[in-house]
Design a protein around this ligand. Sequence first.
Ligand SMILES: [Zn+2]
Length: 185
Amino acid sequence: MKIKQTKNKPIKTTILVVGLLLGSSQLIAGEAHEHGTADLQMALEVEQLQIVFKSPAMNLLGFEHAPQSDEEKQVFAAVAEQLKSPSALIAPAGCDLVSMDVDMPEGAEDDHDEHGDEEHEHHHADISASYVYQCSESAPDITVTLGLMQTYPSMQHLRVAWVSDQFQGGMTLTPEDDQWIKLTH
Ligand SMILES: [Zn+2]
């Protein structure tokens, strides 16, 4: 009974987090939007690993409005590409990426010219991405190598939280720290 409860917890947590991220980026923006800081949440359930990354768009793009100049459009496209093939950013050893959901700032991916955003001086936007990996069940632990702060130097703090069948924890990484996290089942 006890074991079942600990096993159920990560699933609920993950669904809640993902639901919140996909539901409304504005909601999150009001809660925990802090330039220079990003969040990484990892949930390991038997052989399935789910990783949710969330950051103010500023850390990745250098701006938080829909891209307008050619240069901004190039940066936006490059960041979208990086998040869609994330092995240089997030690399869990021995795991295969099976699905992902990358959420760039709302409206920014379309070519619609929305002048409304320009009028809001304090408009903030988040970027989020969630990844599901299939990992080897026989491995006692999984080392997740991170290249996020190396790729995006504006990111000075990465709050990492993880939960597995038996363990949960968290820490804040800075660029000076070793850029990997070991997850234990
Ligand atoms: Zn912002």
